[in-house]
Write a protein that binds this ligand. Structure first.
Ligand code: ARG
Length: 465
């Protein structure tokens, strides 16, 4: 005991070492500055481990009670901000264990029986990530609900749909919004799928090869709400696939938000004026008094870059790493934490921002009238009258050229003028050439007809209820 105290004071790992690590190395290797975020999960994991050790008669009832009381006190200290974190004890695991030993004596020293920090940290991250995924899934749903609410009000709002950023065909703004609803639905599915692989227990794998103690891993898994255990101890301590999968799912969430945000930014420009964003999501300029800048969507767009970066960081971290645990893996935490933080903050403000979008249906309609958005409808009209599609395509191209020279829309040409491009054109052509006619005609599954979009919204609402 006296000897142990001496070692502690000298900052030695164990009797195996002749000198403590240098100050520089201590600061370089310490992770407590960031992994203390795992404290709650570290304690939950330790409690489950200790209870199992008692159940299989490795730990006495008195020791278990001392550990439980000690960990409860530590939890309270951490919550109250009174816990003394120290880089002398490297990481969250050793900080907590060393405080537990102060509080519970030998019982605290027994907690690490049949366990290593390698399976401990893998367990902590999985518990942390599981909770984070559950929180993010709720935020995705909230954003989806906000999309539905906005879409509800705009099934009959016509805007130009774009390809190549050029006016293509008219669509309902609600239909456009529902495209994002679909993206977020896939995001929710991906997160739920990733959660299945997160939710496996590594604990019991010890350092890499398992342990000589007759432990009950299934009991620990059940206690911690895991769906099962990691089946191979070497894989369990070294696998970080689940973190990579999460970051990949997160990168896609951010990609989707960034696409929407980019459109808001462009559409807010007075040249478009399709939408305006409530002032609470914008800022002014310190020099240009007239400015109203879409900072919120710009920042979400910008933050997509860091999440993509974290995904690449984790992939690179794991590339060519030999089995089993390597200290490299300590580098998994900051990218993961920042991905969670960025996603959480972005989704929260994104959902809020959707409620601050003011739509200008007149500007949308006007723009849809400008780019010959119903040219395809005229071609389809001719096909329905018997003309082969390629011939119809050419006839309409001529008509568009003519209208362009006139500086007017197709619907502004009179019947005699239109007939020059095809004798098949009749009075009924004008219904096909209106924006509302063009929308209503696309009434098939997945189409932009207002009635169909209303059904899609109802289906979407049901899917997230
Ligand atoms: N702080 C370490 C990490 O984050 C805990 C595991 C350390 N294990 C070890 N053998 N050095 O990965």
């Amino acid at each position: 005991m006296a000897q142990e105290k001496q070692k502690d004071a000298a900052g030695l790992w164990s009797g195996r070492f002749d000198e403590p690590v240098s100050e520089l190395v201590k600061r370089f290797t310490a992770s407590v500055g960031f992994d203390r975020r795992l404290a709650k999960f570290d304690i939950d994991g330790s409690l489950a481990h200790a209870r199992m050790l008692h159940k299989v008669e490795i730990l006495s009832a008195a020791d278990l009670a001392a550990i439980e009381n000690g960990l409860e006190k530590i939890s309270a200290e951490i919550l109250a901000g009174e816990f003394e974190w120290s880089i002398d004890r490297e990481d969250v695991h050793m900080n907590i264990e060393s405080r537990l030993t102060q509080l519970a004596g030998d019982a605290g020293k027994r907690l690490h029986t049949a366990r290593s920090r390698n399976d401990q940290v893998a367990t902590d991250i999985r518990l942390y990530l599981r909770a984070a995924i559950d929180e993010i899934a709720v935020l995705v749903r909230t954003a989806q609900r906000a999309l539905l609410d906005l879409a509800d009000r705009h099934t009959d709002t016509v805007m130009p749909g774009f390809t190549h950023m050029q006016v293509a065909q008219p669509v309902s703004y609600a239909h456009h919004l529902m495209a994002y609803f679909e993206m977020l639905s896939r995001d929710a599915q991906r997160l739920a799928d990733c959660r299945k692989r997160v939710n496996r227990l590594p604990l019991g794998s010890a350092a890499l090869a398992g342990t000589t103690f007759q432990i009950d891993r299934l009991l620990v898994a059940k206690e911690l709400g895991f769906d099962g255990v990691c089946e191979n101890s070497l894989d369990a301590v070294s696998d970080r696939d689940f973190a990579i999968e999460f970051c990949a799912a997160g990168a896609l969430v951010m990609t989707h938000l960034s696409r929407f945000c980019e459109e808001i930014i462009i559409w807010m420009n007075p040249r478009f004026a399709f939408v305006d964003l409530a002032d609470r999501f914008c800022t002014g300029s310190s020099i240009m008094p007239q400015k109203k800048n879409p900072d919120v969507p710009e920042l979400i767009r910008g933050k997509t870059g860091r999440v993509n970066g974290h995904l690449v960081a984790l992939l690179t971290l794991m590339k060519a790493q030999p089995l089993a645990y390597n200290k490299d893996n300590q580098e998994d935490k900051e990218p993961l934490f920042d991905t969670v933080d960025t996603l959480t903050a972005s989704l929260r403000v994104f959902g809020d921002m959707l409620g601050g979008i003011k739509v200008n249906p007149d500007a949308m309609r006007e723009a849809a009238l400008e780019g010959y958005a119903t040219a395809t409808d005229l071609a389809d009209y001719l096909v329905k009258k018997g003309l082969p599609f390629r011939a119809a395509h050419e006839a309409v191209a001529q008509a568009v050229k003519f209208a362009e020279e006139r500086g007017c829309d197709l619907a502004a040409l009179d019947l005699a003028e239109l007939k020059k491009f095809s004798p098949l054109i009749d009075e009924d052509v004008f219904a096909a050439l209106t924006l509302d006619g063009a929308l209503a005609a696309r009434s098939h599954l997945g189409g932009t007809a207002p009635a169909r979009v209303k059904a899609a919204i109802a289906k979407g609402r049901k899917s997230i209820a």
